[in-house]
Each structure stands twice: as C-alpha cells, then as structure tokens.
Design a protein around this ligand. Structure first.
Ligand SMILES: Nc1nc2c([nH]c(=O)n2[C@H]2C[C@H](O)[C@@H](COP(=O)(O)OP(=O)(O)OP(=O)(O)O)O2)c(=O)[nH]1
Length: 128
C-alpha cells in the first residue's frame, strides 16, 4: 500500500484575497496551483512545519489562525494528506522564492486556476 505523505498548507488571507502559488517545472504536479506549504518532517508539529515552509518558500512569517480542513488525495505517485490552515501575514510581504508565480486572488477567482487535485476541496471550502 502507498505511504501517506503528510503535507501542511497555508491559506494566507489579506484584504479579502488569498495567496495562490504555482508550482515550477517539478517532477510531480508541474505548473499546478497550490497553497504554499510542504511536507511535515519527522518529529515536527504541524504548525512548526508550516511556519518553516512559508519562511523557505515566501521569505515571510505567518500567524496561524485556525485549522480549515484536511483533504486526502491518491495521486499516481502516492497519497497526499493535506492539513490546510487559515493564516495571516505578520509584517513582511511574501516573495516568490520557490514558485513559478504567486498571485493574490479573491475566492470567486480561484476556480479558474489549474489546481493540484488535492486542493479542490480547499477551493470549494473558500467559495462557500
Ligand atoms: N505545499 C503544497 N503541496 C501540495 C498541495 N497540494 C498538493 O497536492 N501538494 C503536493 C505536492 C507535493 O507532492 C506535496 C508537497 O510537498 P513539497 O511541496 O515539499 O513537495 P515537492 O515535490 O515540491 O518537494 P520534494 O518532493 O522535491 O521534496 O504535496 C498544496 O496545496 N500545497
């Protein structure tokens, strides 16, 4: 059976918009859109992992407000389990350090992007 890969993702909100990030030309899910974050390392708490990943990917600090939802998706490369958290920025602006592109979008604009499939429940949640 496939191993479950635990991932944390930040839904960063500012002025009624959400930060969306497009993956680079990666091995898996190239150019798909996602919420920034990444794999939880062994022994790490979810909040620690998310703060670390956001610092690495966007060069900024976040305040984790609350857990939004957990989604699980079976890709051909494995099972991804994502815990998505509603977050706000502390002070600095996010910088596009590891993605192809980052965009601030309103909820109604989200469905037009080509999302990683595991993110579709998060997008639906934000549209409600
Ligand atoms: N960060 C993030 N990853 C997502 C989302 N949706 C989704 O399917 N994923 C997948 C993509 C990756 O396979 C995995 C996240 O791990 P990662 O960002 O560290 O993965 P990666 O492929 O860039 O890095 P790596 O395996 O080379 O270490 O989860 C999402 O919204 N945010």
């Amino acid at each position: 059976m496939d191993k479950i890969i635990h991932v944390v993702a930040a839904v960063i909100a500012k002025d009624g918009k959400f930060l969306c990030a497009q993956r680079c030309n990666t091995k898996y899910l190239a150019y798909k859109w996602e919420f920034p974050g990444g794999k939880v390392e062994q022994g790490e708490q979810l909040n620690e992992a998310l703060i670390r990943e956001i610092k690495e990917e966007l060069g900024c600090s976040i305040l984790i407000k609350y857990h939004l939802l957990t989604t699980e998706h079976h890709y051909d490369f494995g099972i991804i389990n994502i815990d998505a958290f509603f977050c706000e920025l502390v002070d600095e602006s996010p910088k596009c350090l590891e993605h192809n592109e980052i965009r601030w979008l309103e909820a109604k604009e989200l469905p037009a992007l080509d999302w990683a499939e595991a993110d579709l429940p998060v997008v639906s949640f934000l549209l409600k």
